[in-house]
Design a protein around this ligand. Structure first.
Ligand SMILES: [Fe+2]
Length: 494
C-alpha cells in the first residue's frame, strides 16, 4: 500500500484508557493519511464511480466529568473510486473547538452527559449551550463540497472533496439560522436543493428552510411547537417536508434549573408536521403512536397520501434501573436492541387528516440507506445496520425487500463491525439494487480497517472487493455516497 502520514494530533487521553467508547472499535485515531488502499480481496469494480464519505468521533482529551461517544472530535474519511482505482484520505475537521483545544489537556466544553454549568468555557454551541460543536455527526455532499454537522444544532463545516481539508463554515451568504442547523440536512438529488431544519429552546422552537443549488436560502419558515423538543431528522417528498414533535423532551420542571433530563411520555401522541417545501400554506399536523425516531429513510406521495418510512423505537428511553453510573445509564440508549428500533411505515391522508401505520419488519435495524435515485418515489429496498447487543456498534446489515417481504441478513464475524453502509449505483445502473454496498469495517481481530464492497443485488454472496486502509479507524455515526456527478470535478485521483 502507498500511504503517506500527513499529520498527527496531540492526544492527552490516558495510554491505558479503559473507557468503553474510547477503546476497541471506538479507539480514537490521531493520524491523518493520504493513501492508495491495498486491494486484499477481489477487484475494485470498474463501474463503481464516486466517493464514500464517513464521519467519525475521535476525542483527543479527557472529558470534564463523563465522556459520551458523541463528544469526540469529527474526522472525515474519504475514499474515491474511478476506473478500478481508489484513493483514501482522512482528516480532522478543523472546528473552532478543535483549534481552541489544541493546547489544552482537557475538553473545554461540556459533553452530552455533562452539565453545561461544568464547562470551562462560557461560550459554546448547541441547543443546550456551552457544548463543543465537534461536527462529528453526519456528512452530506452539496454543491461539490462535503458539509459536516453536529447533532444538537450547530455549524456546518465545508470539506474540500479533493483534499479532505476544512474550508471553513458554510454560512449561505449569512443566511444560515442563528440557531444553527440540525444533524441531518437533506439533499434532494432531483433538484439540487438542500433542506434543513433548526430547533431551539426559544419560541417557536422549530423552523425549516431550503437552500437552492446556487447556495441561496430560498426561505426559512417557522413551525411552532408546544415547547423545546429534540428532533434529530426530517423527511421530504416531491412537494412537502415532514417534521416532527415526539413525546420525548426535557422535563420542563428541571429545565429552569439548567438540568436537561429527558422524559418519554407514552400518554402523548407522536405528531408529524407536513408543510409545503416552499413554506407556503398551512402546517398540517398528523398524530400517531407515541415513539421517537432517530432516522427516516424516505417519503413519497401517492395520490392524497404521504408515505413515510423510518425507524420506530419501541423503547425510546431505556430504563436506568441498576445502572452503575450516569454513563452506563446513558449508554443503554445507544444500543438498537435497547431502543427496539424497527423499520416502520406511516401514511398520512391529506384529505382526511388520518394516520395509519405499521411495522415493516420484526427485526431491530437502524441507520437505513437506500438508492438515492429512489428518494421521493416508492422504494423497494432499504439497507440497514444491525446492532451489537447493548452497544452502539453495527455487527452486520440487512437488505429489506419491501415488495417481496423478505430480508437478507449479513452477519459480520465476531470482533468485526461496520459503518453506516451506502448504496452506490453502478455506472449505467438499470434497477434500484443495481449497484454496490460500500462500508468501512473496524476489524479488531486484524487490528485493521477495510473498505468492503458488496454486490447490492446479492450481498449474501459476500464481498466482491476488500481494500485495506492505512490504519484501523474509530467507529462513528453517519456516512454518505456521492456519485461522480455530485463531485463537481473534485478528485483525489490524478
Ligand atoms: Fe443521526
Amino acid at each position: 500500500m502507498h500511504a503517506q502520514l500527513v499529520a498527527t494530533r496531540r492526544s492527552t487521553l490516558p495510554v491505558d484508557d479503559t473507557h468503553p467508547y474510547r477503546t476497541g472499535a471506538w479507539r480514537p485515531m490521531v493520524n491523518e493519511w493520504n493513501a492508495e488502499p491495498e486491494v486484499v480481496h477481489g477487484e475494485i469494480p470498474t463501474d463503481l464511480d464516486g466517493m464514500y464519505l464517513r464521519n467519525t468521533e475521535n476525542p483527543l482529551h479527557p472529558a470534564i466529568t463523563a465522556y459520551h461517544p458523541f463528544d469526540g472530535d469529527g474526522m472525515v474519511h474519504l475514499i474515491e473510486f474511478r476506473d478500478g482505482r481508489a484513493a483514501y484520505r482522512n482528516r480532522f475537521i478543523r472546528t473552532d473547538g478543535l483549534e481552541a483545544e489544541a493546547d489544552s489537556d482537557v475538553q473545554l466544553w461540556s459533553g452530552f452527559i455533562e452539565m453545561p454549568a461544568d464547562a470551562h468555557r462560557t461560550d459554546g454551541w448547541g441547543i443546550r449551550g456551552r457544548m463543543k460543536d465537534a461536527s462529528s455527526t453526519d456528512v452530506v455532499v452539496h454543491r461539490g463540497e462535503a458539509l459536516t454537522s453536529f447533532y444538537f444544532c450547530g455549524d456546518l463545516y465545508r470539506i474540500d472533496l479533493s483534499t479532505g481539508d476544512t474550508l471553513g463554515k458554510e454560512t449561505w451568504n449569512g443566511d444560515i439560522p442563528a440557531w444553527g442547523v440540525s444533524a441531518h440536512p437533506k439533499v434532494d438529488p432531483r433538484t439540487g436543493e438542500l433542506l434543513f431544519f433548526a430547533y431551539s429552546k426559544e419560541e417557536p422552537h422549530l423552523r425549516f428552510g431550503v437552500v437552492g443549488p446556487d447556495g441561496v436560502v430560498q426561505h426559512t419558515t417557522d413551525v411552532a411547537l408546544p415547547g423545546p423538543r429534540l428532533p434529530h431528522d426530517m423527511a421530504f417528498t416531491e412537494h412537502h417536508v415532514i417534521l416532527n414533535d415526539f413525546p420525548l423532551y426535557w422535563r420542563p420542571e428541571l429545565l429552569e434549573a439548567g438540568i436537561h433530563a429527558p422524559r418519554f411520555d407514552r400518554n402523548l401522541p407522536s405528531r408529524f408536521a407536513v408543510v409545503r417545501r416552499d413554506g407556503t400554506g398551512p402546517v398540517r399536523w398528523f398524530e400517531a403512536d407515541p415513539t421517537y425516531v432517530l432516522h427516516f429513510v424516505n417519503a413519497y406521495e401517492v395520490g392524497d397520501e404521504i408515505v413515510l418510512d423510518g425507524f420506530f423505537q419501541g423503547c425510546p428511553l431505556p430504563s436506568a434501573k441498576g445502572a452503575a453510573n450516569l454513563e452506563e445509564a446513558a449508554f443503554r440508549g445507544l444500543a438498537l436492541d435497547n431502543l427496539q428500533t424497527v423499520l416502520h411505515r406511516w401514511r398520512f391522508d391529506l384529505r382526511t387528516g388520518a394516520t395509519t401505520e405499521e411495522h415493516l419488519s420484526g427485526r431491530y435495524t437502524e441507520f437505513g440507506m437506500l438508492n438515492a435515485t429512489a428518494l421521493t418515489t416508492p422504494h423497494r429496498y432499504v439497507y440497514a445496520a444491525t446492532g451489537d447487543p447493548d452497544r452502539f456498534l453495527f455487527n452486520g446489515l440487512v437488505k429489506h425487500d419491501l415488495v417481496a417481504g423478505t430480508e437478507t441478513a449479513i452477519a459480520l464475524e465476531p470482533g468485526v463491525f461496520c459503518s453506516e453502509t451506502v448504496l452506490a449505483p453502478r455506472v449505467g445502473s438499470t434497477g434500484e439494487d443495481d449497484g454496490y454496498l460500500v462500508t468501512f469495517t473496524m476489524d479488531l481481530n486484524a487490528d485493521a480497517s477495510y473498505c468492503v464492497i458488496y454486490d447490492a443485488a446479492d450481498p449474501a454472496a459476500g464481498p466482491v472487493c476488500r481494500l485495506r486502509l492505512p490504519e484501523r479507524i474509530s467507529s462513528g455515526t453517519h456516512a454518505t455516497w456521492a456519485a461522480r456527478s455530485e463531485l463537481a470535478g473534485a478528485s483525489m485521483l490524478d
